[in-house]
Design a protein. Structure first.
Ligand code: N01
Length: 847
């Protein structure tokens, strides 16, 4: 066998160059790299077609890891063309001196895991073989062209080109009859570029696309210098943005805006160019079909304005898929090209292409003659480039068998069954919607840290577990299903552009901040979800998130949310109040206000006397308000046909223990005595609270029992029970999601204010729990107070109290206030509804 290396890197694009640098120069590893092309550049080496350019601004679509590289390179255009990007990558390769690590014009043909040696055996098309402890695939997601589906291409007597392997020599199209097949990002760039060059240009379009202006322009010398010098501020915030560029955040939901407001915002970002139209306009266009239709129709209007012939304009207007459900393309004069008399649009949806003939193209309705045919028909994305490495993992497992039902991976970085194989920007990574160079750097940095750890610990095998892959797959699918993306047909996003390819989520669509936070958590907890020498670490909480909860967390991160425990008191209070924006609005109803004790009484329009819910808001005893509880109380009143009394209580640290418990119990006593005056039934009172409010409700239930106040039930929504409880969930969810152990401890500390811990603060410490009202305890899988709440439910049951315990998977502390964004909160309301109904029945039966 040939040479032996620490790492083999495959591919010399953005990922491969940085990976070699990182592994070789920073980790000091012995790295061999292979590249099928004759030079560096990856996709920018191959895709030399006319008009090829990036559609993220070049100051963002470039490396960020090196201060020197950022300072020295100056981009001549806002969105650089392929020659300039290739020149940049060649310059970077020289600067990092990474070319010598590569064998160019060398294709990896098989990659086989040797379990005994715990090494990969890599064979290349030059007949050589080598071994490596780690393989880092940098082969890219869109690097293998879709196989042509048209028979007869070999018979064509003219020139036939594929955009993805365009000749290095200039192709002269002047005076020629040219066909372009495909109107994706590539086809659009080609068409607009060559429209003025070809004598006749015929575009074969199967699906019209929503193309929006790119907004490209030259960058003058002074601006170039300024950009190079100010890269830090230009790029600040990029990684915290959903797609990895510091664009404006959206202006709230489109459906909440007036048509005029929508038009103004769409115009603004249409003019500014690029992805801004998607990410800076409205927050709901990617999630809500109706909202999406507002932007789709806007784009259609703009197309109709620009294309003179109404029939051609109609053909160019997409109507069969939501905007951005396919990867949005960007254009410069694309639509105007169709106003040229020699540019023709042929609809191959109604009359499909049947064959390429010796003289041109034959559709089901007509034959066309051409001198040149250009195929811009897309890529076999994400999976094919890896399958082409001929991967065989543990026990000879073939990657094609592993992926028979669609791609699987953990973070897009590893595939279970393929130890020590790391993938940069693999299937189910965030790259499809995350500025490629930054996504690449993130992945390479993650992999380099994993390698460093494995080397330091002398770990022979580092691999994703099947369970982690499944959890990651569920999260990817779940998030994608919350978007409009699955409503597209034939998109590479879902693998549907390739006949017979499995339909699946091919990428993580939760955005860069969430993806980065998840990767950081995984590394922080010692590579949770990975097995090191076959010993697996548990799958971290963020991978187990409910998809909607994950998305919400991602958007909080994108807005720069700091961990709660780093906030001061005023900030915590502001965050608590801001949760109101995350609640579904409550229905209108009569609301009475009481001053002593302070409370709001929500009275639904039903025949009384009504059962009564006494509700205590959450907020860790230090924050929260009657306003925070307003929408939930309306909903509880409406859904349960109950009067809801939302009780105020004094907050710590200004008023520490026992102020809150005294206030809440006083409110309950008042309700018992006075609620009949408002139409409530004092014999049917359920005490209820959320979070700290649930702790207060549990204590109020004990005090009510002791004071002889009859209660029909108690509903404890993820209650903190005892600050000294030593439970697994306190450890496992110490860092969140969202609610951390540190903020929990701060809240308990402020509430207790140094007081001794008694049953009036920690209800589990009551001398007896017997005789308490029936309880519903709602807990959340990813909540540090989960176990103490469940232990309390167990203690209640042991004391003979009828108890229902309902745990909600994938949710974190606080979600009750996030009903507008986490649909499954309705399951919590449903559970409460069932319980309140039984409380009512039990009381009726007892009576
Ligand atoms: O490929 P595509 P692409 N008969 O799959 C048509 C990136 N990129 O190379 O939609 C007739 O999007 C197909 O029609 P339909 C970017 O991520 C970036 O254009 O399947 N037509 C479609 O019109 C992009 O998304 C830049 O009905 C057939 C086209 O071919 C990704 O690469 C520039 C057909 C394929 O569109 C892929 O874009 C370029 C058939 N049998 C690319 N088969 C930047 O600006 C396929 N088509 C950075």
């Amino acid at each position: 066998m040939g040479s032996h290396y620490d790492v083999v890197v495959v591919g010399a694009g953005f990922a491969g160059l940085y990976a070699v640098h990182k592994m070789r120069d920073e980790l000091g590893l012995d790295v061999q790299a292979f590249e099928a092309a004759g030079g560096v550049g990856g996709t920018w080496w191959w895709n030399r077609y006319p008009g090829a350019r990036c559609d993220f601004e070049s100051i963002h679509y470039s490396y960020s890891f090196s201060e020197e590289i950022q300072r020295e390179w100056e981009w001549s255009e806002r969105f650089a063309g392929q020659p300039e990007i290739l020149a940049y990558l060649e310059w970077v390769a020289d600067k990092l001196d990474v070319r010598r690590a590569f064998r160019f014009n060398t294709r990896v043909t098989s990659t086989t895991w040797d379990d005994k040696a715990a090494r990969w055996i890599i064979c290349t098309d030059d007949g050589a073989t080598c071994t490596a402890r780690f393989v880092v695939s940098c082969v890219g997601g869109l690097s293998v062209a879709k196989e042509p589906e048209f028979p007869g291409s070999e018979t064509f007597r003219g020139e036939l080109y594929r955009t993805s392997s365009w000749p290095h020599e200039p192709v002269d199209l002047t005076g020629k009859r040219v066909a372009v097949i495909g109107t994706g990002s590539t086809g659009i760039q080609v068409i607009q570029e060559i429209a003025n060059e070809a004598a006749e240009l015929t575009v074969f379009q199967r699906t019209p696309n929503f193309a929006a202006p790119l907004g490209n322009e030259p960058v003058d010398l002074a601006q170039r210098r300024w950009n190079a010098e100010h890269h830090a501020e230009l790029r600040a915030g990029s990684r915290q943005h959903m797609i990895g560029v510091p664009y404006d955040p959206p202006s709230g939901p489109a459906l909440a805006a007036t048509p005029d407001e929508r038009r103004r915002i769409f115009d603004k970002y249409w003019d500014r160019g690029g992805f801004r139209l998607l990410v800076s306009t409205f927050s709901d266009v990617i999630f809500n079909q109706q909202a999406n239709e507002t932007i789709a129709e806007y784009i259609r209007e703009r197309i109709r304005e620009r294309v003179k012939d109404p029939a051609t304009a109609a053909l160019l207007c997409p109507t069969d898929h939501p905007y951005a459900s396919k990867r949005p393309p960007f254009e410069t004069g694309y639509y105007e090209a169709y106003n040229l008399p020699h540019v023709h649009l042929v609809d191959v949806r109604s009359a499909p292409i049947e064959a390429i003939t010796p003289t041109g193209v034959r559709t089901s309705s007509k034959s066309y003659e051409f001198d040149v045919i250009i195929l811009a028909t897309g890529f076999d994305v994400f999976t094919r480039p890896l399958l082409n490495l001929g991967l065989r993992g543990r026990d000879g497992l073939k990657l094609e068998d592993r992926w028979a039902n669609g791609p699987t991976s953990y973070l897009g970085v590893q595939i279970a069954g393929f130890p020590n194989l790391f993938v940069i920007n693999g299937p189910k990574s965030a790259v499809a919607l995350y500025n490629v160079p930054l996504a690449t750097e993130d992945n390479v940095n993650f992999v380099a840290a994993a390698l460093a750890r494995a080397i330091a610990d002398k770990t022979a095998t580092f691999e994703a577990t099947y369970e982690a892959e499944e959890a990651w797959g569920r999260l990817c699918e779940g998030i994608l299903n919350l978007t409009v993306i699955p409503h597209s047909k034939g998109s590479w996003y879902m693998g549907e552009n390739i006949p017979g390819k499995a339909r699946a989520a091919y990428f993580f669509s939760g955005g860069a901040p969430l993806y980065r936070a998840i990767c950081a958590e995984i590394a922080h907890v010692g590579y949770g979800g990975f097995a090191l020498d076959r010993v697996s670490a548990p799958i971290p909480p963020m991978v187990r998130l409910d998809p909607a909860a994950a998305l919400l967390l991602g958007s909080m991160l994108a807005r720069g949310m700091k961990p709660l425990d780093e906030l001061n008191l005023d900030e915590v209070r502001a965050v608590a109040e801001s949760l109101r924006e995350l609640q579904l609005p409550g229905p209108a109803m009569r609301v009475e206000t009481v001053e002593a004790p302070r409370a709001r009484i929500y009275i639904p329009d039903r025949a009384g006397p009504l059962p009564v819910i006494v509700f205590y808001h959450g907020g860790g005893w230090i924050s929260g308000s009657l306003d925070l509880a307003d929408a939930p109380c309306r909903r509880l009143a409406d859904e349960n046909g109950a009067m809801v009394v939302s009780a105020h209580y004094r907050l710590a640290p200004e008023h520490s223990f026992p102020a809150a418990t005294d206030d809440t119990f006083a409110a309950l006593s008042w309700v018992w005595k006075h609620v009949s005056a408002y139409g409530g039934d004092p014999g049917r009172i359920v005490v209820m609270g959320e979070s700290a409010g649930a702790n207060l409700a549990a204590v109020a239930a004990i005090r009510a029992r002791d004071a002889g106040i009859p209660l029909a039930g108690q509903v404890l929504i993820y209650p903190p029970i005892d600050p000294e409880a030593s439970t697994a969930s306190r450890t496992e969810f110490a860092d969140g999601p969202f609610f951390t152990r540190a903020i929990g401890e701060k809240m308990w500390g402020a509430y207790l204010g140094g007081a001794e811990l008694t049953e009036l603060a920690a209800p589990s410490r009551a001398s007896s729990l017997a005789g308490l009202a029936p309880a519903l305890v709602l807990t959340l899988e990813l909540d540090m107070s989960r176990d103490e709440a469940e232990d309390y439910a167990g203690a209640l049951a042991s004391a003979g109290v009828p108890v229902r315990l309902h745990r909600f998977d994938g949710l974190f502390h606080g979600v009750f206030n996030m009903s507008a964004f986490i649909p499954r909160v309705r399951e919590m309301y449903a559970s409460i509804g069932e319980f309140v109904a039984t409380c009512k029945e039990q009381i009726t039966e007892a009576a």
